[in-house]
Design a protein around this ligand. Sequence first.
Ligand SMILES: [Mn+2]
Length: 355
Amino acid sequence: MRERYKEGSSRSAKNILSVVEKTRENNEVILVFLHRSVDGDCVGSSSGIVSMIRALGGDAYVAIPEDLPENMSFLKIDELFFHPNSDSELAREFRAQGTIGGKKVGAAIATDCSEGSRMGLCGEIFDSIEPKIVIDHHASVTSRSDNFWIDPDASSACEMVFYVAEQISLMTGKEMREILCPNAAKAVLAGIVTDTGRYTFKNTHPETLESSGLLIDLGGDISEVCYNLFDRKTKQKFLLSAKARSEVQFYCNEKFALTVVPYEQFKKYGAGPDGVDDVVSAMRDIDGVELAIVLRQLETGEVRGNIRSQEYFDCSKFAEVFGGGGHVRAAGFTVKEGDINEIAEEVIKRVKEAL
Ligand SMILES: [Mn+2]
């Protein structure tokens, strides 16, 4: 293990071991939380934590506020998840008496996010549980505690979780392949691949590749992960993505690229809300473009903005203007209601002031 993650990963490992011990003694379950609009990193990191806790003899589920996206079904991790508003037996029990499999919730762990406000309908549950452990790499996190490991320099929450698993292996003498079951290892690898843009972003460190290599050993198939998360697409998605790209507009001496995708376009092409996921980084990679933004309108009417920058524009700070957050080179926000074209005008105005 290199120095980079030593302090944070061993502190997190100790915190996790102590809540596993406490919840085992009290016959309680641990819930692991992720952010809404789930992505590979939050899904992978939370799955890794659940696998870890179960390997230590504890009981845990990921509390997810929405269905797992279709492009993640190849991970085969459904049994790690618990959707509190679903129709499942566990969810009905939880709504009726606040228990899961007869157990009270004794601890909360959040990965790839730190605040209930980012967790959709699971946020209220997170806020009501103590103690809380957080493993996150978002620059916008401001609260600190011994139970929080926040490292904005880490490529992904998944990479952090890998090194926590390694510490737990060292501390307990359990083998890595016991701690991260093959499907969890694949999910953790998927998160690293997602947040590094397949190891092309500046957040890719030697540790990122070392952990990925070990995850391949533990059952992560990197070509399967990349094909399912990046390359495979429906015809509908392909056509909508082409339409969104063809509608791009340039501002600020062509340094700012913006495309706006109203809900009617999703309907017209028959594509789901993820139909334009590949557009924003492609726009950012156009010669001369520093900043790319995709605005998409969902069926609920809310407008989601995805922001990417090349070299100097602070996406996280810009997203905060619209109530969002993220990283310096990649961030996002959601506006609950409003006309998408008016929101676009506001975005253009703010960019002109900031860029
Ligand atoms: Mn992440």
